[in-house]
Write a protein that binds this ligand. Structure first.
Ligand SMILES: [Zn+2]
Ligand SMILES: [Zn+2]
Length: 164
């Protein structure tokens, strides 16, 4: 039988569960995640929608979508973030921090071209997204040795990116 893990928002008004294992887990460095979360990276776990259930306080769940890719959900009482629906991918990102009872086992970093916090952990650093999610599938080095004068920022200026 699949195991179920519990999570909740910052104040506890909203509770949720995830069941089984995620499709993918890692860290997203995109500017949308950064801006919405007010944090340098987002630790994500991606689940099939049927694996995720709001078990308490559904009426307190607010939703905001800037694009059709990401419907970002939060607790209307405390403002704490819960999850993001990605309808085009058929997946739900339940933030690792929202489900502390589930061990976060990151496998990759995505949108690393937008990073403001380089992380040396030996995991693959995707430039944008994996091919199967509409990205280039390219990987980048963990560290850019010529990045001292912001050359990476210049190099990436005007480069296509997927706003989420
Ligand atoms: Zn709350
Ligand atoms: Zn992101």
């Amino acid at each position: 039988m699949s195991q179920t893990y519990e999570g909740n928002c910052f104040c506890g008004a909203v509770e949720l569960t995830v069941t089984g294992e995620p499709v993918a887990a890692g860290f997203c460095h995109c500017s949308s995640c950064r801006s919405w979360a007010a944090a340098p990276v987002n630790a994500f776990t991606l689940w099939k929608p049927e694996a995720v259930k709001i078990t308490k306080g559904e009426g307190n769940v607010g939703v905001y979508h800037k694009t059709e890719r990401s419907y970002r959900k939060f607790c209307k009482i405390c403002g704490g973030h819960l999850l993001t629906d990605h309808p085009l991918w058929g997946l739900v990102d339940v933030y690792a921090a929202t489900i502390p009872t589930y061990r976060h086992e990151p496998k990759l970093h995505v949108n690393y071209q937008e990073t403001v916090l380089r992380i040396k952990d030996g995991l693959p650093k995707m430039r944008d997204m994996p091919k199967e999610m509409g990205g280039s599938g390219e990987t980048l080095p963990e560290e850019d040795p010529v990045d001292t004068a912001g050359r990476a920022a210049l190099r990436n200026r005007g480069r296509a990116k997927v706003e989420a």
